[in-house]
Design a protein around this ligand. Structure first.
Ligand code: ADP
Ligand code: NI
Length: 214
């Protein structure tokens, strides 16, 4: 196996090529932030740091939004890891940590601690100031409206990926739920202030919308 540093470099280059041009919040900086968070949480939670970092780098490759062929994406990931000279049991552990990460409108708890770490890292990047920015970027990209007063009841009937929902509604269907869905204590504690920042943002948003501050 190559030294870890070299594998990380190759992986980052591979990811960079794959995600160049993505405007839905899946740019390479999202990946880098998730790697950084996964590394921090893995150390606190005594998870395997190499597995967590590799899974964090690759976690968005088999995403249903980015590919319509999950099996092909899986084969691509496995063969990339094999090319890096990584052993079969480690490849297996990395894949296990990747496969249950995505939210997709419901919650799946990954079976390994490494999977739980990477899922937490990905979710932390979906909340707080960065989460707010990504959400509006995603909504704009899909042509969603920012906000429409009193349509929450109508929203509840729409599918998770339906683009007729407003971006503010996404806070209620996902972002505000994430704090309580964190798997690890480390992520729960990082989530606290990020969650509070979103609550404050929403209050200020409604205040300005109604003109209550003028
Ligand atoms: P992740 O990569 O964290 O699994 P997704 O792939 O679901 O997240 O989405 C990428 C980003 O876009 C996240 O910040 C997510 O919260 C946001 N997003 C997903 N669906 C919507 C939506 N319908 N409206 C606005 N933002 C969304
Ligand atoms: Ni992600």
């Amino acid at each position: 196996m190559m030294v870890h540093k070299e594998i990380f470099k190759n992986t980052e280059q591979w990811i960079q090529k794959k995600f160049s041009g993505d405007a839905t919040g899946h740019d390479v900086w999202h990946i880098k932030r998730v790697v950084q968070l996964a590394d921090k949480i893995a150390r606190e939670e005594q998870a395997d740091i190499f597995i967590c970092q590799m899974a964090a780098y690759l976690h968005d490759i088999p995403d249903e939004k980015l590919t319509d062929d999950i099996d092909a994406a899986k084969q691509e990931v496995l063969s990339f890891l094999d090319d890096q000279g990584i052993s079969d049991d480690k490849i297996d552990a990395i894949w296990k940590a990747i496969k249950d990460v995505s939210f997709k409108g419901n919650h799946t708890t990954p079976e390994t601690v490494e999977g739980r770490v990477v899922q937490d890292a990905d979710r932390l990047d979906a909340i707080g100031a960065i989460g707010i920015a990504r959400t509006f970027a995603y909504g704009g990209n899909k042509g969603s409206k920012m906000y429409e007063p009193q349509t929450d009841e109508q929203h509840e009937h729409l599918a998770y990926r339906d683009s007729n929902k407003t971006t503010i509604y996404h806070f209620y269907e996902k972002l505000l739920k994430l704090k309580d869905l964190m798997n690890t204590e480390t992520a729960k504690s990082i989530a606290e202030s990020r969650h509070q920042f979103m609550e404050d943002f929403l209050q200020q948003f409604y205040t300005e919308w109604k003109g209550d501050d003028c």
